[in-house]
Design a protein around this ligand. Structure first.
Ligand code: ATP
Ligand code: MG
Length: 150
């Protein structure tokens, strides 16, 4: 299996619910390693850029409002098959459809608003390659090959 990197966002609803640590534990338990992390409050311009693929969709405005409503935690996760594995443990996009045992199923239980779904994860290699540099320069990613030994 290929070692991959994926961008994960622990969204403002999760930060508000005080479950950052519990979510990171889910990643670690799935053998995904945190190789970069920071807390950041996105402004409207950056949020619109990050979600530009959804521009024009009916939920775009509410999505931007939500993602800029408070700080979030951006992470780079690394591991075997990281992109698909992360999508699996996140669960379905719609919290009402996410199964128990998934991050969304457990932390967005009873949530009716689709944008309030706790986490984001890159959906493909090409997406990860754009989304990771949006938040982190290569030297801020502490994969084994970047860790300084001197
Ligand atoms: P993400 O990109 O956050 O990992 P996803 O790939 O499962 O989630 P997308 O289709 O890329 O879902 O949508 C991006 C985000 O936009 C979703 O996570 C959700 O927060 C929001 N969203 C998607 N569809 C809707 C909708 N119909 N109504 C409200 N918000 C939506
Ligand atoms: Mg997506």
């Amino acid at each position: 299996m290929a070692t991959e990197r994926t961008l994960s966002l622990i969204k403002p609803d999760a930060v508000e619910k005080n479950c950052i640590g519990k979510i990171i534990t889910r990643f670690e338990d799935a053998n995904l390693r945190v190789v970069a992390a920071k807390m950041i409050w996105l402004n409207k311009k950056d949020a619109e850029k990050f979600y530009s693929v959804h521009k024009g969709k009916h939920f775009f405005e509410t999505l931007i409002q939500f993602i800029t409503s408070g700080p979030l935690v951006a992470l780079v996760l690394e591991g075997d098959n990281a992109i698909l594995k992360n999508r699996e443990i996140m669960g379905a996009t719609d919290p009402r459809k996410a199964l128990p045992g998934t991050i969304r199923g457990d932390f967005a239980k009873g949530v009716e608003r689709m944008e309030r779904n706790i986490v984001h994860g890159s959906d493909a290699l090409e997406t990860a390659e754009v989304e990771i540099p949006f938040f982190f320069s290569e030297r801020k990613i502490f994969a084994e090959r970047n860790v300084q030994t001197s």
